[in-house]
Design a protein around this ligand. Structure first.
Ligand code: NDP
Length: 391
């Protein structure tokens, strides 16, 4: 039996992970399940999979969780510290699927125990790639990508020599507004931005797909995970979302990973790695699909991609600054405080303001410094948005 823990169990990736685990419960000993506000689902899944402990990120919800688990013998815990304690419990395989920068600390703790970390939380690599990868090396732990593009690249590299890789191409659906006239984007509503043409995902990543902030994060994630140069990474708009990524080699060959847009593929690959096992995902009928299309991303429509280049050129804490500012701008868009296009403006302004702070940008990669850069970016984003509102 493999001991597994799922961080972010109540979210979209978490639920897909539990779906795979629930199909073979005899293979898994579930150690910890964690969630945020969705106590009912957290308790339901902890009971049905007989987890040792269930943790909510919110201390004020501990009593609700305790009530929901009363009489089951499953421990209930709450708060950031409790999340880290859950990550310190021995487990063979840990799914990192908390959304946002909050996913970093538990992932690092799991790696320090030598666990295999299935990484959906791309923010961990964007904010603290060198720290995460170094922690894994130091503790002889493994990080496996779960983002569909990065899983595709990882699979394309099996048996290959990284030095023979010329380029990596990650695809993007183009999100909800890929075909909208540019002059209409400023008026895009929350409901419109929250609907994805192909993938069924959490609300935040769906909006990030519409703005391409998600792809911007993935470009940085590619650099950090595979250790390639920024100029080796390309983004290609592929509206059908069936080719997830391509690896280009020095002999001109392009290896593409093709599959249905279903996250259980990438999750299942990480769960069973290094084996391949049967997965309950659709088998594509390419003759019926007929054609797959590709186009270059429009830099005017997707300023986030340019910002990702700046993050990679600057390095250091700029990833944490970029992500922290993006998370605050996204909060504000969801709350109806700023418009869709304002998100990129706010992020760019924060990056510009903080780019000359060499002490901040050049700080060593420690959890404390990453957290400081993240907090500073959120603070500056709030200031910028408050000033704009006052105008
Ligand atoms: P969801 O919003 O669906 O789920 C997020 C999970 O994190 C939930 O369990 C949520 O709890 C929990 N959570 C939210 N805030 C906090 C916090 N501050 N501390 C601890 N836990 C918290 O997100 P997704 O599943 O869509 O995405 C998860 C991660 O995977 C993200 O990093 C995303 O970029 C990445 N990813 C997602 C893909 C997808 O298909 N969804 C594809 C590839 C990558 P609750 O809901 O109970 O409040």
């Amino acid at each position: 039996m493999r001991r597994v823990s799922i961080f972010g169990a109540t979210g979209s990736i978490g639920q897909n992970t539990l779906d795979l685990i629930a199909r073979a419960p005899e293979d898994y000993d579930v150690v910890a399940l964690t969630g945020g506000r969705n106590i009912a689902h957290l308790a339901r899944d902890a009971i049905s999979l007989n987890a040792d402990v269930a943790v909510t990120a919110h201390e004020n919800l501990l009593d609700d969780l305790r009530d929901a688990l009363a009489g089951t013998g499953i421990e209930a815990a709450a708060g950031t510290q409790a999340l880290n304690e859950a990550a310190a419990r021995p487990a063979d395989w840990v799914m990192s699927a908390i959304i946002g920068a909050a996913g970093l600390a538990p992932g690092l703790t799991a790696l320090q125990q030598g666990a295999t970390l299935a990484l959906a939380n791309k923010e961990s690599l964007v904010t603290a790639g060198p720290l995460l990868m170094e922690t894994a090396r130091k503790h002889n732990a493994t990080v496996l990508p779960v983002d569909s593009e990065h899983s595709a690249i990882f699979q394309g590299l099996v048996g290959e020599d990284l030095s023979a890789v010329e380029r990596i191409i990650i695809t993007a659906s183009g999100g909800a507004f890929r075909d909208w006239p540019l002059d209409k984007l400023a008026g895009a509503t929350l409901a419109q931005a929250s609907s994805h043409p192909n993938w069924d995902m959490g609300q935040r990543i769906t909006i990030d797909s519409a703005s391409m902030f998600n792809k911007a994060l993935e470009v940085i994630e590619t650099k950090e995970f595979f250790g390639v140069l920024p100029e080796q990474i390309e983004v290609l708009v592929h509206p059908e979302s069936m080719v997830h990524a391509l690896v280009g080699f020095n002999d001109g060959a392009l290896m593409a990973h093709v599959g249905a847009p279903d996250m259980r593929h990438a999750i299942g690959y990480a769960l069973h790695w290094p084996e391949r096992r049967q997965l309950p995902v659709e088998r594509l009928d390419l003759a019926q699909i007929g054609q797959l299309t590709f186009r270059a991303p429009d830099p005017q429509r997707y300023p986030a991609l340019r910002l990702a280049q700046e993050v990679m050129q600057t390095g250091g804490m700029m990833g944490a600054i970029f992500n922290g500012a993006k998370e605050r701008a996204l909060d504000a868009f969801i709350a109806g405080q700023i418009g869709f296009l304002d998100m990129a403006r706010v992020v760019e302004d924060v990056m510009t303001q903080l780019s000359s702070d060499n002490g901040l940008i050049g700080a060593d990669f420690t959890l404390d410094n990453v957290s400081k850069a993240d907090q500073m970016a959120r603070y500056r984003a709030d200031q910028i948005m408050a000033a704009q509102e006052a105008e």
